[in-house]
Ligand binder design. Structure first.
Ligand SMILES: [Zn+2]
Length: 436
């Protein structure tokens, strides 16, 4: 159900790195030997005469998995494609991503999904899974052939970019889910509340004279959909939580036993609407919008107490000319794959082990295997130098688009090597081949 282009299995030794995998409990200085794409040995002073990477002072983590990215294929390849999007993911330490179906055409039938999967088998540098749409054309009116889409390999369903606005339609989708399985991921927004809003509704929108999107536009729909999921015993995943009220709505649903999970994005965890006072930069325009400091703190607390299950980027590339327009007219979205780890790590908001865990927790939610640093497991790992500082955008991007909300920021933590599904998917320039 996840596809990528053929890749040569890696043979390499990472010498003397601090290996941290919160799930297996490993947390110390070790050599990690990868042979034929599999973690063959974790130990000290391992003998190996192949490629050896100096891990001294650096960290090895299980690779990250992003359950929410926009790769813009088919139809919007001027923004991103399978090659550039997965290159950006690998450069950010990701070893698998899940792509959204709001493309052109929408991924709404089995033949579109099959050709997309074939394209991924030719072009994707890391494994990519696909969600299909809940409704035809994302129009919110008629359900797609969910069972057929599942058979064709859809991990699940979402109308991301839009809510499933009619409760009756979502109820039907939850009933079909019982028969065919697959996650239903929800972009929560009541359009009668969000209207033509371009940013968070609050003091900043008032000062700037811009139309706001209130927090309750998100949380009221979460509460409704949690009630529907409870009634149908369905399984839902709430995308990109942005507000305190939303964290509360998910916590209440979890307490009542609803099968609900959710995600938060690095930009909502580290930035607020105040950033727009300094500069009305269209890279800071996304949906849901950057909200208040109180909302940001609620998201951080939600990750710490387990209400929020994972971190997802909502990587949303747009071409330069599309974003170089007045703020009100610019499309919503920021890229995020290349900056996810560094942005969260540099903000000093969460313990390192929790960041690592939450950046790969999306895998299980999407029905994918969780990367683990353990002998016998396929190599899905990332080598990172936590001390290296870099300026976002200074050396360009692997993504085709440059609408990154963190552009110009100095961040700590640089991805040096990513091994995905057993093959080397990314190698930073300084990591030259050094064969002992
Ligand atoms: Zn969305």
């Amino acid at each position: 159900m996840i596809d990528q282009r053929p890749t040569a299995p890696a043979d390499l030794l990472i010498r003397g790195a601090h290996v941290l995998d919160p799930r297996t409990g490993i947390d110390g200085r070790h050599d990690v030997l990868v042979k034929n794409g599999v973690i063959a040995e974790i130990g000290d002073a391992i003998e190996f005469d192949g490629e050896t990477i100096d891990g001294e002072g650096r960290h090895v983590f299980p690779g990250f998995v992003d359950p929410h990215v926009h790769l813009r294929v088919p139809g919007q390849e001027h923004k991103e494609d399978l090659d550039s999007g997965t290159r950006a993911a690998a450069a950010g330490g990701f070893v698998a991503v899940v792509a959204m179906p709001n493309t052109d055409p929408v991924v709404e039938n089995a033949s579109i999904l099959r050709s997309l999967r074939e394209a991924a088998r030719r072009e994707a540098r890391i494994p990519v899974g696909f969600l299909a749409s809940v409704t035809r054309g994302l129009a919110g009116e008629a359900l797609t052939e969910m069972a057929e889409l599942r058979e064709a390999g859809a991990l699940g369903f979402t109308d991301d970019g839009k809510p499933v606005w009619r409760a009756g339609i979502l109820r039907k989708a939850l009933q079909y889910q019982k028969l065919c399985g697959g996650i239903i991921a929800l972009h929560e927004e009541d359009p009668t509340l969000s209207g033509k809003g371009v940013m968070h509704e609050g003091e900043v929108s008032a000062r700037l004279g811009l139309t706001g999107i209130p927090s309750i536009s998100e949380s009221t729909l979460i509460a409704r959909d949690a009630a529907l999921a409870r009634y149908e015993d369905g399984r839902i995943h709430i995308q990109h939580l942005s507000a305190r009220e939303s964290v509360e709505a998910v916590a209440e649903a979890k307490a009542r036993g609803v099968r609900i999970t959710c995600e938060a994005s690095p930009h909502h965890l580290t930035l607020t609407h105040e950033a727009l006072l300094e500069d009305l930069d269209t890279r800071l325009k996304m949906n849901p919008p950057l909200r208040s400091e109180d909302d940001r703190q609620a998201l951080i607390a939600g990750l710490r107490d387990g209400t929020i299950d994972c971190i997802a980027t909502d990587h949303a590339p747009h071409a330069r000319e599309e974003k170089e327009v007045p703020f009100e007219e610019a499309p919503m979205g920021t890229t995020g794959l290349e900056t996810a780890f560094a942005a969260v790590y540099s903000a000093d908001i969460l313990p390192l082990a929790l960041i690592v865990e939450k950046l790969s927790a999306g895998a299980a939610l999407m029905g994918l295997p969780t990367p683990e640093i353990a002998v016998g497991k396929p190599a899905n790992l990332v080598l990172i130098d936590l001390a290296t500082e870099w300026e976002v955008g200074e050396a360009g991007y692997e993504s085709r688009s440059e609408n990154c909300a963190f552009a110009g920021q100095r961040l700590r933590g640089k991805v040096l090597t990513t091994v995905a599904a057993g093959g080397v998917a990314y190698r930073e320039r300084s990591i030259a081949l050094t064969v002992a």
